[in-house]
Each structure stands twice: as C-alpha cells, then as structure tokens.
Design a protein around this ligand. Structure first.
Ligand SMILES: Cc1ncc(COP(=O)(O)O)c(C=O)c1O
Length: 402
C-alpha cells in the first residue's frame, strides 16, 4: 500500500475521458458565447488551466485501493457502517491540523458542493440571508439562491500583506437580524488566503454574537505552501455546535470525480435533519480510494506541495519578466493563482476569452466568481512544470497587451 509512484512531470492527455477541464470549457467558461469563441490552435494543443482539478495523475495508493476493491466482484449498494472512513479521516486531521473531529459528528457527502446546497436548505428558514466574502466561488451564490435566500457579500480588501477581511463591513452585515449563515471559504478560493486563527476568531465571534451559524468550506485545507499550517475553524471552538465543516480528499489528491466529501456536523438536531434528507449510499471505489489516501497519501501530498510551490515561483518570476503590469503575489494556499490584470485590459473586457482566443490557454475570468473579481483571472497551476512554462510563453503576448 505504501507504493510511491510520483511523476508530476508527466503530460497526460485527458481528452476522451469526458474530463470537464478538457472537454467542458465552452459553456462552463464562456457561457452563452461559448460557441463563438475561436481558439488559435487545434483541440489537442489547448492548455486547460481553469477548473480546479489537477492535470496530474492521482496517487498510486488511490488507484491501487480501487483495483483491490474490484477484486471483490460485487459493487452493490454501499454505505458507511464501519469505522474505516472516518477513522482514516480523523487520523489525517489529527496528523495535519492537530484536530480530531468526533466520528459520530461526521457524515459522508457526494461532494462539498452538494453538501453546501443541502446544508443551506437545512439550516435556513424563508427570508434568512447568507453572508460570504468576495470575490467568491460561484456555488456560494448558487446554494443560497437555489433555496430563495439572499446572498450578502463583504468584499475582501488588499492590505499591506495581502487580502484581508474588512471587519467593519463584516460586522455591519452580520448584525442584520435576517443574517443567519456565514459561508466561509477557508482557505479562500480564489484569493488563496489561509485565514489565521486571529482572523477566524474575529469573524466567528461576530457571527456567534449575532446568532449566525457558519459553514466552513475547508476543501482547500491541505494545499498550503510548504511551512504554512491550516487551522480548522472548529478547532478554535471545540465545543461549539454552530459550525459545520466540509472537507474532502478530492482537492488534495485529485479525486474530484469520485464524489466523496466529509462533513462534520456537531449540532445533533441539524445532523438528524441531514440524516433524514441525505441519501446515505456511497460509491465503494470512492470509499476505498479515500481511506487509502488519508492513511497512506502523506508522501504524495508532501511531494505535491513542493511541486506546487515551485510552480508558483515560476509563475511569479515569469510574470515579473513578461507582464510587469500584472499584480500577483504567491498565495498562501490552493493551487490557484489570482492575477490582477486590470492595468493591462480595459474595464469590462472578457479577459479569459481574450487569453483563450489569443493563446489557446484556458483560465477562469470574472464570470465564474461572485462579485469583486473584475480585471482578474484565476490560473490553475496543478500541472507539470513544462505545461506551465509553455502556457506562460503562449499567454505572454496577450497578457502584456502586445
Ligand atoms: C471552495 C470550493 N468548494 C467546493 C468545491 C468543489 O467541491 P466538490 O467537488 O467536492 O463538490 C470547490 C472546487 O473548486 C471549491 O473551490
């Protein structure tokens, strides 16, 4: 099980596997104008650096565990009856963050996004509002709005050392009596902040003072730069039942297609409502892979973080040389670079489309984020170094306005 086979330089063609990154970009990235976007290269030369999965092979321990599970020939209904999944999840959390979620509070979900939609429905009454920090991941709007709840946004501000919460604005918004839920993205997609304990406490104390519960989406929590550590929000409030934490091995180990996440719900009543509402069947292959990576994925995870750090250094270096007008700082977390190109492109430009049409590189633009994203693109760096270098060469003339 400890087989370590790690090659982050292998360039893997994902076409022909129904991969969203490779095949789903037209409508997802560009919306209604998707069919009008003309790329300057053949399909096999497009470089997808958008949706948040990796162009890297998933860990061998995950693949091996799924193969081993297939040695048993019955793939019938499977649920979570034993201690394997949450035992492995708990051990991972303990090793990584010194936090041990109570297994009886944990529930499997078909992904963090489905959990966000279910929880929003279960935690709110008609007329309740949801607060989030922006720019934000699109489903943070989709979840409340699907159930008829207004999303209120508090824009992050750029402080001397990077993106920060505007606590005055946050305090004002959280004090609205109709505000009942704060959707926290920790670490934050897209700006890549790994919130420090003092920042988490400042936000959470205000929430609890005003009877606002928190969903802490911590799906990016293992993808911090080497030397930095993630603090789960719940670790700071071990006795609170006002927090729900969502994590998953899917981002860390590139298993997003397996659709399995872990949700920690300390509130007994909310958990009972979850149990009534959420269908408890698991994919047996996802279960096997997830247990394997939580228990045996450490070497792969360690190597991945170094690889991502080096990719970020390359991006920072090359942007400095090629596009000095771009504003970019290496983020604390995620494999996503949030690059400010507002001094290169005119206000209102569809930058992602301009980059796609000028270079054949696919990145995410303002359209995919909630508020306060104008002038920015998000570039996914979870790829081989050579792919990144190639993409940068190709993007440079477009990014520098040449
Ligand atoms: C903040 C955040 N939450 C959730 C997800 C996706 O979660 P899942 O694939 O488990 O539904 C993403 C993917 O990019 C994300 O960035």
């Amino acid at each position: 099980m400890d087989r370590v086979s790690i090659d982050f330089d292998e360039i893997i063609d994902r076409r022909g596997t129904n991969a969203v990154a490779a095949e789903g970009y037209r409508t997802y990235l560009f919306g209604e104008v998707g069919d009008e976007v003309t790329l300057p290269c053949a399909d096999d030369e497009v470089i997808p650096m958008w949706v948040a999965d990796m162009a890297l092979a998933s860990p061998a321990v995950a693949i091996d565990a799924m193969r081993a599970r297939l040695d048993h020939p019955v793939l019938g209904y499977t649920a979570n009856y034993d201690v394997e999944l949450f035992g492995a999840f708990g051990r991972w959390c303990d090793r990584r963050y010194g936090w041990s979620p109570a297994p009886e509070h944990c529930r499997p979900a078909d992904g963090v996004v489905p959990a966000l939609y279910d929880l929003t429905e279960l935690m709110l009454e008609p007329g309740d509002k949801v607060l989030t920090l922006t720019p934000a991941y699109g489903h943070f709007r989709g979840a409340p709005e699907r159930h008829g709840h207004e999303l209120v946004t508090s824009a992050l501000v750029r402080g001397p050392s990077g993106w920060e919460v505007d606590l005055e604005d946050f305090a004002r918004k959280v004090a609205d009596p109709r505000q009942k839920l704060f959707s926290l993205c920790h670490p934050h997609n897209p700006v890549g902040r790994a919130w420090r304990p003092d920042e988490l406490r400042a936000m959470a104390d205000l929430c609890f003072e005003h009877d606002v519960r928190i969903i802490s989406d911590e799906i990016h929590c293992d993808l911090l730069r080497v030397g930095l550590e993630h603090t789960p929000l719940q670790k700071l409030y071990p006795d609170s039942d006002r927090i729900v934490t969502a994590m998953s091995a899917s981002k860390t180990f590139n298993l997003a297609g397996l659709r399995l996440a872990e949700v920690v719900i300390p509130d007994d009543e909310l958990r009972a409502r979850w149990d009534e509402r959420v269908f408890p069947i698991l994919n047996p292959l996802s279960h096997a892979a997830t247990v394997a990576v939580f228990d045996h994925g450490d070497p792969w995870w360690t190597a991945l973080r170094s690889h991502l750090d080096a990719n970020f250094s390359l991006l920072a270096e090359r942007l400095d040389e090629l596009v000095p007008d771009a504003r970019f700082g290496i983020p604390e977390a995620t494999y996503l670079a949030w690059v400010d190109l507002s001094s290169v492109f005119a206000p209102g430009s569809d930058i992602a489309r301009a980059i796609a049409e000028g270079s054949g590189v696919l990145v995410e633009g303002e359209r995919l984020f909630i508020a306060d994203a104008e002038g920015h693109v998000r570039i996914n760096l979870a790829c081989p170094r050579a792919t990144l270098a190639d993409a940068l060469e190709r993007m440079a003339p477009v990014l520098s306005g040449r």
